[in-house]
Design a protein around this ligand. Structure first.
Ligand SMILES: Cc1cc2nc3c(=O)[nH]c(=O)nc-3n(C[C@H](O)[C@H](O)[C@H](O)COP(=O)(O)O)c2cc1C
Length: 203
């Protein structure tokens, strides 16, 4: 049960990025595994929708960044239709956050910097995995991993050109807080010109 004044138009931050930072920070403290996991929904230009989990790696007023293979299903969908949605569900606090907007590729030099921080095994996997393509069996994948392991046995692993980040630049947020009798609180932010308009939706 939430206190009536706990989450309302009076207490929510006028800036959705600040509000997100507050809730995300509180969620990070819950001690759960993969606190940065988020559902990402994309659609092809002909409206075919798909969703999957990715890890949120950065978030600030510029947007929400995750890393992936640009040739994967999501990567190809985002190339033809950059609109996407992120969905966070945090049962520990009875909260859900929905974010919608347009994606763009992260600058290659920034993807490069992040790639360098990854463990060598993950860097090799980025080469070994032709993400989302059909492969004959597990051995095929292991063999590719070994090829790249040998190739980079005595030197740093280069970032594959098809691997990098996407940044989702939001134009809509919804913050949902569970409340009693299913009378949940839903507050949305919609970007109009340079302003964020806050509105309440019926649960
Ligand atoms: C907890 C979790 C975290 C994941 N993080 C990522 C990620 O950051 N990037 C990524 O490309 N795939 C990640 N995956 C795998 C994706 O869910 C998905 O299987 C893969 O990206 C292929 O999706 P696609 O075929 O729709 O492109 C993660 C899966 C799970 C369960």
């Amino acid at each position: 049960m939430t206190d009536k004044n706990y989450f309302s138009e009076n207490t929510i931050d006028p800036d959705p990025f600040v509000q997100f930072k507050t809730w995300y920070g509180e969620h990070q403290l819950c001690g759960i595994e993969n606190p940065d996991a988020v559902t990402l929904a994309t659609a092809s230009s002909d409206g075919h929708i798909s969703a999957r989990t990715v890890l949120l790696k950065e978030h600030d007023e510029k947007g929400f960044v995750f890393f992936t293979n640009y040739k994967s299903r999501k990567g190809l969908q985002l190339s033809s239709n950059p609109r996407a949605a992120l969905l966070f569900y945090w049962p520990e606090s009875g909260r859900q956050v929905r974010i919608e907007g347009v994606t763009e590729k992260v600058l290659d030099k920034d993807s490069e910097s992040y790639f360098k921080t990854r463990p060598k095994e993950s860097q090799l996997s980025a080469w070994a995995s032709e993400q989302s393509s059909i492969i004959p069996d597990r051995q095929y994948l292991d063999k590719r991993y070994d090829i790249y392991k040998n190739l980079y046995s005595d030197k740093p692993v280069d970032k594959p050109p098809h691997w990098g980040g996407f940044r989702l630049i939001p134009d809509w947020f919804e913050f949902w807080q569970e409340s009693q009798f299913r009378l949940h609180d839903r507050l949305t932010y919609t970007k109009r010109k340079d302003l964020w308009i806050i509105e309440r939706l019926s649960p």
